[in-house]
Design a binder for this molecule. Structure first.
Ligand SMILES: C[S@@+](CC[C@H](N)C(=O)[O-])C[C@H]1O[C@@H](n2cnc3c(N)ncnc32)[C@H](O)[C@@H]1O
Length: 222
């Protein structure tokens, strides 16, 4: 299998099952025009997040890593009118694009983008006694994944779902000798998850438009 084939299959799947969406297409276009990196989730992955959130009846969603708001739109659209999406982003330019795109998607009443280091924003949410989130999507700097998982556990409840993106890294995650900080971050997070009795988890490898990668899914059970 080659990247060309993975892309062709993703294009087929996106065409037949996800479909074209003017708001999402525009969100990617404005992100590109603003010079943001093209590292948002693929359409079928965004819809997976959306379906997970809808299926579990999520009312409160936390996202770590907003970029231009693409996955935020998919997640925000899963919420009821009185739901809440809080998306954390370190880069003020990314935050501004995400806010504009979430507004264009009609999600300004449910979605909020908080600018700053995610670890600080997460600590602030805990200090403020934020209500537990039903779903947390972690998709920012991978070396910080262990910290993000720890904070996510504090900000969730039994029954919540934590989804972490980019956990396979082209297969590099299986290399126990790797010195890549992102690989080390993902592996350390998996060790934490494995040792944590309050969660149960699995991970799946994915191929497609975004190459060879994967998601870890964690259900909080206690
Ligand atoms: C992969 S992108 C997020 C993509 C987005 N979830 C989507 O699919 O549309 C990662 C984002 O995390 C942000 N980021 C990186 N380090 C961060 C940190 N320490 N705190 C908060 N955000 C951070 C980056 O600026 C970038 O916008």
């Amino acid at each position: 299998m080659t990247q060309q084939q993975w892309t062709a299959v993703d294009e087929y799947l996106n065409g037949v099952l996800v479909g074209e969406d003017a708001v999402l297409t525009a969100a990617l276009a404005t992100s590109r025009a603003a010079g943001l990196p093209e590292i948002a989730v693929a359409p079928n992955q965004g819809k997976l997040l959306h379906l997970l959130a809808v299926t579990m009846g999520a009312r409160r969603i936390l996202e770590v890593g907003a970029l231009g708001g693409y996955s935020g739109i998919w997640l925000g659209r899963a919420l009821p009118a009185d739901g809440r999406l809080i998306s954390l982003e370190i880069d003020p330019k990314h935050s501004a694009v995400a806010r504009a795109n979430l507004h264009e998607a009609g999600l300004e009443k449910v979605a909020e983008v908080r600018t700053g280091r995610a670890v600080d924003s997460l600590a602030e949410l805990v200090d403020d006694g934020a209500e537990p989130f039903d779903l947390v999507f972690i998709d920012a700097d991978k070396p910080s994944n262990p910290d993000y998982f720890r904070w996510a556990l504090k900000l969730t409840r039994p029954g919540s779902l934590i989804v972490i993106d980019n956990v396979v890294r082209g297969g590099a995650v299986a290399d126990a000798q790797s010195t890549d900080p992102s690989v080390l971050g993902v592996r350390a997070m998996h060790e934490l998850i494995a040792a944590e009795p309050r969660v149960t988890a699995t991970a799946v490898q994915t191929v497609g438009l975004k190459g060879y990668d994967g998601f870890t899914l964690v259900r909080v059970i206690g």
